[in-house]
Design a protein around this ligand. Structure first.
Ligand SMILES: [Zn+2]
Length: 84
C-alpha cells in the first residue's frame, strides 16, 4: 500500500476559480507541515472528484523550487504568493 494519502476537505464556494483561490490560501498555511506537498494541490467538484483542477503552476524555478502562482498565470513564474 502507498504511503501517500490525500485529505479531502470540502469547502463551499461559487466556482472553480474561487475553489482554486481558497485552496492556494489553505496550501500556503499548511506548508509548515512537512508531511504535506502543497504544490500537488488540486480541486474538484464534490460530485465529480475524478475531475481535478491544479491550484499552482508548479513549474520548477532556478534552485529547484516551485512556482507558487496559479496554473495559467501571466508573466514570469514566482515564489511570491499572490492572492487573486
Ligand atoms: Zn509559474
Amino acid at each position: 500500500m502507498s504511503e501517500r494519502w490525500v485529505i479531502h476537505l470540502p469547502v463551499v464556494v461559487n466556482d472553480v476559480v474561487s475553489a482554486q483561490r481558497l485552496a492556494r490560501v489553505v496550501a500556503h498555511w499548511i506548508h509548515v507541515l512537512p508531511q504535506t506537498e502543497p504544490g500537488g494541490t488540486t480541486v474538484s467538484p464534490e460530485d465529480d472528484q475524478n475531475v481535478r483542477h491544479w491550484v499552482f503552476c508548479d513549474r520548477l524555478l532556478p534552485g529547484g523550487v516551485r512556482c507558487l502562482l496559479r496554473p495559467d498565470h501571466d508573466g514570469e513564474c514566482s515564489r511570491r504568493f499572490r492572492l487573486r
